[in-house]
Design a protein around this ligand. Structure first.
Ligand SMILES: [Zn+2]
Length: 79
């Protein structure tokens, strides 16, 4: 699920790489919502966005290392 029909993604922080996917956290310049971007070097034309609540975004931003990887893995499995 995304926030707008055509979100304008502004990168806030690169979250790293796990589950074969690169993860970036950013904001939509159109509406200000947090967005999680997933993409893969193997399929660079397939980019997925998920809208995050402020709480979800802050949890990602505050996490680091192994904890962040496990959050991303969990997200991947849940979505
Ligand atoms: Zn938006």
């Amino acid at each position: 699920m995304i926030c707008c029909a055509s979100p304008k993604f502004k990168l806030e922080e690169e979250l790293g790489h796990t589950e074969g996917v690169d993860w970036d956290l950013g904001k939509c310049l159109t509406c200000g919502a947090y967005l999680l971007r997933q993409w893969s070097v193997y399929a660079p034309d397939r980019i997925f966005y998920d809208k995050l609540s402020d709480d979800e975004a802050n949890t990602f931003l505050k996490s680091e290392g192994v904890k962040r990887k496990s959050l991303l893995k969990q997200w991947y499995e849940d979505n």
